[in-house]
Unconditional design. Sequence first.
Length: 213
Amino acid sequence: MKNQIPGALPALCVAIVSIGIAVGISVNADATGTDAPLRDAASFEGITDPAARSKALFEEAARVLTHPRCMNCHPATRHPTQGDDMHAHIPLMNAGESGFGPDGMACTTCHGAENRTIIGSRIKSIPGAEPWLLAPASMAWQGFSVGEICAQVKDPERNGDRSLEDIVHHLSEDHLVAWAWRPGDGRTPAPGSQEAFGELVAAWVATGAECPG
């Protein structure tokens, strides 16, 4: 069931987005549907070399990691991006070291605990989850190759001090990761499902967590 934007959510959020559209800022709010399902982990068993299979598994999982639903929250700077075209966030936001934004204009000023549909607006909905925040600076992915993202994902100094087992758990069960498949009206979900994605990541780890070149 869709939730209309509540009166308690500041009208300023919708007004700023509307102004951005009015002055010609490109907002891709009409994308619908999903990409083709991810290949399941079992479909890679025909690759007999474990290292080659591991790399192929990560490349398939990277279809999620490099999708706009993930990339927008893993920007090259502390400025998040938006939409399937990954345009600049409206309004311009600097999440800072906390990931929650500056005092007086924190992410929670507009983003609540769930997606909020905006009736009659081209933007269609404001995304939400609890808590809503930007990934740490050490986890910036935009501009990285799949191999570079892979190396970062498995590096405890850049992945939040997570082991490979922790990474599997995080990507398989985390609520912000889950949001990528239920992003609200006007956004294309990540391909496949979180379950299929988690199985690919688990199989990647089980085959040695090798990274593509």
